[in-house]
Design a protein around this ligand. Sequence first.
Ligand code: GN1
Ligand code: MG
Length: 370
Amino acid sequence: MELSLLIDKFSIKGRLVSLQPFGNGNINDTFLAIYRNTFTETQVILQRVNRNVFPRPEQIMENMHEVTKHCHEKLEDDAQKGNDDRVWQMPRIIKAKDAKDYVLDDQGEVWRVITRIMSAHAFEVAQGPEHALECGAALGHFHYLISDMDPKTIKDPLPGFHITSNYLKNYDRILETDHAKALIAGSMEAKRMAKFIEERRSLALCLENAEAKGELKKRMFHGDPKVNNIMIDDVTGKGTAMIDLDTVSPGLIHLDFGDALRSICNPAGEEESNLSKVVFDEDLCTAFCKGYMRQAGSFLTDSDRAYLYDSIRLLPFELGLRFFQDYLAGNVYFKTKLPEQNLNRARVQFRLCESVESRERSIRNLLERL
Ligand code: GN1
Ligand code: MG
C-alpha cells in the first residue's frame, strides 16, 4: 500500500505536504510526515513496527499508553507543586480513524503514528561534554518519572531482552549451524570475535548474579537509551524527552546506565570501520554521570553504585554479542545494508568493551567521586 494512503487512515488534521524516511533506527521503519493547514503545521512520526522483533505490537501500544499516562500525570502534579525545573515532553499516540492504535497494511504489517517532539533533536553521537551531561540528566529524569509506575501495568514487550546469559545460550545454538561454522572458518575477524566472547563468558552473569543475590532490584527502565533516543531542546540545549518507549518495562536501571554510556562515550559511533577511532571517552562519561546523578543520584543505593562499573563493561559486550550472533544467523534481527555490517558493529562494541577494561581503575575512580 502506498504510504500516503496508509497514513490517511489516521486522524491527522491538515493536508499532507511531505512524507520522508526519518532517523536511523535498527529495528522499525520510521518516516516523518508534515501536514499543513491555514494557520499551523503538524509533524508526526509514522512507523512500521518490526514484527520479527516485537511479536505482539498491540501490547507495546498498550504499554505506551500506560507510560505516557503515568508520566503526564506526574509532570502535571510536579508542575502544580512547582517541582518542574525541566521542560519535559512525551510522544503521544495518534489514533487511526477507526479509533485503533495502529493500522494493518495488506501484508499484515503494523503501522502506527505518534507525535513528533518539536523544537528538539537527537544526535547520532555525543557532541561534547555539555551534550553528554544533558543526556545524563534526561535519562535520570526519565528514571525519576517512571520510578513509581506499577510494573504490573506493563506487559513484557520483548521477552529475554537484556538477559545477557540468554543471548549467550542463543549464540551457542547458532554456533552449531553450518552457516555460522562456515562464516567463522572463512574469516579471521569472525574468529577473533568468537575468541573475545569465549574469554568473557562469566561477564555475562555479573548483573544477573547480583540480582539473584538480592543486591540489585528491578525497577522501571527504558531499555534502549542510546544517544539518538535522547532529545535535546533546540533553544535551551537541555535534555527534554526520551523517545523509543517500546521497551520501557521492569528491569535493572544499570542496563540503561551502561547502554547510554556505551553509546555516548563512543563518539566514533556504532558503524565506524576504523577501530583505532573507537575509544571509551572518559570526559564524556564524567559529564554524563554528573547529569545523571543530579537527577537520580538520591535513589541509588550503595549496592547500586557498586555495580555501575560492571554495567559499563557489560553493555558493549552484550550488544557486540547480539550483533555478532545476528551476523552468524544471517542478519535476521538488526536492519543491515551490507552483509558484513553486523560483524563490523560487533567489532566496534568489542573494541569499546576492551577500552573500558583498560580504563577500569580510572572509571571506578570517577564513579566513586560522584
Ligand atoms: C536497536 O531501534 P534502535 O535502533 O533504537 C536495539 C537496541 C540496540 C540498538 C543498537 C529493540 O535500537 O537494543 O542497543 O539497536 N533495540 C531493540 O543500535 O533491540
Ligand atoms: Mg531508536
